[in-house]
Design a protein around this ligand. Structure first.
Ligand code: PLP
Length: 413
């Protein structure tokens, strides 16, 4: 072990996957610690033994504990938490709560997550809403002053991705929240890549909605996410366009009443086992300490960037911004990142590929077609960072080596 922190051994012992792979794909899906998958499998076993509906009847306390843990993670109350299938559903449920009219504006950034951008564009096509992207700061990330300058009576929503999926950029979500609150404009934050690596306090963010998923830096299971809904939004009567029987009561033939809390954003069918896993992941993160763990993950990412930057011409680190997080993106010159990811996987190293299509604005600005995404977490080690850097140097050399018998073959710029 390369570190003195006695916690690392415990964290790694709690993480079975860490024993036989170098997992640097926490921005894809973090490795679940043992208490998380035990929480999931215990409930699945119960469903298999007594029946799904019957198991749900006994699960009330476990489910309530999950809401409490997620709320604590956000600095909110359980009444403000809706548990849904994933971050995309959380975000779309929030977006659907707005009755956009032609000429209304959604104000966002150059760096919002691909599916969010697609939803804005889809709404533009369906409703005539205008999508406006605020300018970036010269060093990267949205300029809060540009947001301020673009606010006006037609702006019905400001929506921002805290940490986009395709780079280590951290956007200034608190500064934007202050501006939105002062202007009285609703504010939606995608915290999918932040949850578990950056402490979240919804009061400081001043947001109306915040979406996230369990499986990434929070280390929960796949297939579950959550939406924070502020009291302000609930009191305003916000609800998703297609509310269902969990979110509303059908009181007479032509009338329904919304449930009082954020559960009006949920669907009736509920993945009980995964909800237990989400709660266990939130508790694990709270116990490990999001602040300290995030600091460690970011330090490992910083080390990785530093080593890659000094590793020769074949590797180009793409992350830019005044503040960077535990996501590192690197272009391997002359190689498609997907091939590099496969090759790294054969060496026992998990990473993922960011493609131009995932972030057309950002990747075009960086003149990059694809990048290898390396996302360490607190249970990773410096030795693992050394291993991925060494492997990437070798991968870059593969690109610059002429194929056998063709000494003059040109390497792609
Ligand atoms: C920034 C960001 N937002 C949203 C999502 C979507 O999350 P989910 O797949 O849980 O819907 C992702 C997934 O990679 C993401 O990185």
């Amino acid at each position: 072990m390369d570190e003195t922190n006695p916690q690392i051994e415990k964290w790694r012992a709690d993480t079975p996957g860490a024993a036989h792979r170098i997992h640097l794909n926490n921005a894809g899906a973090g490795l679940m610690p043992r208490p998380v998958f035990e929480a999931v499998t215990a409930h699945l076993e119960r469903e298999a033994n007594v029946g799904g509906y019957e198991a749900a009847e006994d699960a009330a306390e476990g489910v309530a504990a999950s809401y409490r843990a997620v709320a604590e993670l956000l600095g909110a109350q359980p009444r403000n938490v809706a548990v849904v299938e994933n971050a995309t559903v959380a975000f779309s449920q929030a977006l659907s709560a707005f009755d956009f009219r032609p000429g209304d504006t959604i104000l966002t950034s150059q760096n919002d997550y691909i599916s969010n951008q697609l939803m804005y564009l889809s709404l533009a096509r369906r409703t005539g809403v205008e999508v406006v992207r605020a300018a970036d700061l010269p060093e990267g990330g949205v300029d809060p002053e540009s947001i301020r300058g673009l606010l006006g009576p037609r702006v019905k929503l400001v929506a921002l991705t805290w940490v986009p999926t395709n780079s280590g950029l951290v956007q200034p979500v608190e500064a934007v929240g202050e501006i939105c609150e002062a202007a009285g404009v609703p504010y939606l934050v995608d915290a999918c890549q932040a949850a578990g690596q950056i402490p979240i306090d919804v009061a400081r963010l001043r947001c109306d909605f915040l979406s996230a998923t369990a499986r990434k830096f929070l280390r929960g299971p796949r297939g579950i996410g959550f939406l924070y809904v502020s009291d302000r939004a609930l009191e305003r009567g916000a609800y998703p366009l297609l509310v269902d029987m969990r979110g509303a009561r059908w009181v007479s033939a032509d009338r329904f009443e919304l449930v009082e809390d954020a559960r009006r954003f949920e669907n009736w069918e509920f993945a009980y086992a995964l909800v237990h896993g989400l709660g266990a992941a939130a508790r694990y993160a709270l116990e490990a300490g999001v602040e300290e763990c995030g600091r460690r993950a970011r330090r490992l990412a910083g080390l990785c960037r530093e080593k890659l930057a000094g590793a020769g011409e074949g590797l180009r680190v793409l992350d830019r911004g005044p503040e960077l997080c535990a996501i590192v993106t690197v272009e391997v010159r002359g190689r498609d990142a997907r091939d590099v990811v496969l090759s790294l996987r054969r060496r026992g190293i998990n990473t993922s590929a960011s493609l131009r299509a995932y972030a057309v604005i950002d990747m075009a600005q960086k003149h990059a077609a694809s990048a290898v995404r390396i996302s360490p977490h607190y249970y990773n080690t410096e030795n693992e960072i050394d291993a991925v850097v060494e492997a990437l140097v070798e991968e870059a050399e593969t690109a610059s080596r002429p194929p056998l018998g063709k000494n003059k073959q040109k390497v792609q710029p």
